[in-house]
Design a protein around this ligand. Sequence first.
Ligand SMILES: CC(C)(COP(=O)(O)OP(=O)(O)OC[C@H]1O[C@@H](n2cnc3c(N)ncnc32)[C@H](O)[C@@H]1OP(=O)(O)O)[C@@H](O)C(=O)NCCC(=O)NCCS
Length: 176
Amino acid sequence: MRKQKKVKDSYVIMTELVLPNDTNTLHNLMGGRLLHWMDIVSAIAAQKHSNRIVVTASVDNVSFSESIKLGNVVTLEANVTRAFNSSMEVHIVVNAEDIPSGKRFKSNEAYFTFVAVDQLGNPIDVPESIPETEEEIHHYERALQRRQLRLVLAGRMKLSDAPELMTIFDIKESKE
Ligand SMILES: CC(C)(COP(=O)(O)OP(=O)(O)OC[C@H]1O[C@@H](n2cnc3c(N)ncnc32)[C@H](O)[C@@H]1OP(=O)(O)O)[C@@H](O)C(=O)NCCC(=O)NCCS
């Protein structure tokens, strides 16, 4: 039987202080630096779930709505939402805080996909993920549609092989 692991066992929190070398000429955190931190925190979550070496397979849409300033404290929280065969979807939430003023805001949210690999870099199956809380179950259930969407967009899956995705767009399967 396939091994099972609880979603909560993959939770990771990472805290960073925005230093001058992390910023652009406007003294705002550079997007690339934030993506780097998001990649690290989510890779650790995927490693905790799989106990394997993992590689980033894809990064879903990431947008930057409010700038994070020099001196802000950035907190990144990540957990595996759902494991498939060798791949795992990881949800990342980024919050920023200006400690002197007490201002805290959510900066980003994203989904990254990691694949567990063996020593030769070949994909290897990971344990099943077991969601327990209402929020974990919500993310788990929706993960299937997100997986289908990213694989269709990456040209790795035909829309006709993505029935759960088609229901979002109200697409009926062709009978031909
Ligand atoms: C990710 C990688 C291991 C997939 O290898 P592959 O030979 O294409 O393997 P498969 O087709 O068997 O797919 C393996 C898994 O990856 C998933 N996958 C592949 N491409 C994907 C993509 N673009 N988005 C999401 N998942 C993807 C597949 O869905 C499959 O998941 P499953 O096992 O849970 O069903 C391989 O493409 C790789 O090593 N890429 C480079 C990774 C890397 O260097 N990352 C850092 C980039 S800077």
